[in-house]
Design a protein around this ligand. Structure first.
Ligand SMILES: Nc1ncnc2c1ncn2[C@@H]1O[C@H](COP(=O)(O)OP(=O)(O)OP(=O)(O)O)[C@@H](O)[C@H]1O
Ligand SMILES: O=C(O)c1ccc[n+]([C@@H]2O[C@H](COP(=O)([O-])O)[C@@H](O)[C@H]2O)c1
Length: 197
């Protein structure tokens, strides 16, 4: 009997830093869609965040590795940080298709805020042909697919985590704790590397 196609979740993000909202969303989608694995893909140059100071890609990559290390189904890909130039999801999906092969089923996970802006992404008309998209709820944002082509996106509810990377960075800058908003190893990595001060 033929082996079933592998189902791969893709969680793209700037992860500056990665927080428990990202991890809960990935874990919940993995369960709901019976994913074999979820690959976290830190951005190289997030062009829509050009006006924001972003931590070095290697720091964001290492924090993502630390945060996902204990979950055997979670992996981290360097495709976006190793590609030169601005990060476009159309490139991410093509690169990961090469990694996982033609038979793999790809599920790209986005929060409600990212999904709302998705038509501003490069080659937005093509990205929906390269993966299935899963939009997840996020406190403070409305989850909708009314602006998107039919049957390309699934909308799912995930446990509400009112956490953002922006808030984590601001808390560190203000000397406030980020324990339990991000994994312990990420708190320690941020302190060790003096990030966000
Ligand atoms: N608390 C959350 N719940 C659900 N999805 C989230 C949450 N935080 C981020 N996401 C989603 O994770 C992906 C990556 O997000 P990103 O790394 O930009 O984090 P962020 O918290 O939105 O960062 P920032 O505050 O710096 O903009 C996006 O699709 C985003 O919508
Ligand atoms: O392809 C694009 O043009 C594009 C524009 C903005 C964001 N994205 C992707 O959306 C994901 C979340 O991005 P961000 O900036 O909210 O951290 C991440 O995988 C980005 O590469 C993609």
């Amino acid at each position: 009997m033929e082996a079933p196609h592998r189902r791969i979740g893709i969680m793209g993000g700037t992860f500056d830093p990665i927080h428990n909202g990202h991890l809960v969303a990935a874990s919940e989608v993995a369960d709901l869609f019976s994913l074999d694995e979820v690959v976290f893909v830190p951005t190289g140059q997030p062009w829509q965040k050009d006006d924001v100071k972003v931590a070095p890609a290697e720091d964001r990559y290492l924090m993502t590795v630390i945060a996902t290390a204990s979950n055997p189904r979670f992996h981290v890909s360097r495709v976006d940080i190793d590609r030169n130039g601005p990060t476009y999801t159309v490139d991410t999906l093509r690169d990961l298709r090469r990694v996982y092969g033609p038979e793999a089923e790809l599920y790209f996970i986005t929060g409600a805020d990212a999904l709302a802006r998705i038509l501003s992404w490069k080659d937005a008309d093509q990205i929906f042909t390269l993966a299935h998209f899963v939009g997840v709820t996020r406190p403070g944002f409305e989850l909708s697919d009314a602006h998107l082509p039919a049957d390309t996106v699934s909308l799912v509810q995930v446990p509400a985590m009112a956490i953002s990377s922006t808030d984590c960075r601001q808390r560190v800058a203000a000397g406030k704790p980020i324990w339990y908003l991000v994994p312990d190893g990420v708190v320690q990595y941020i302190a060790k590397r003096h990030l966000y001060r």
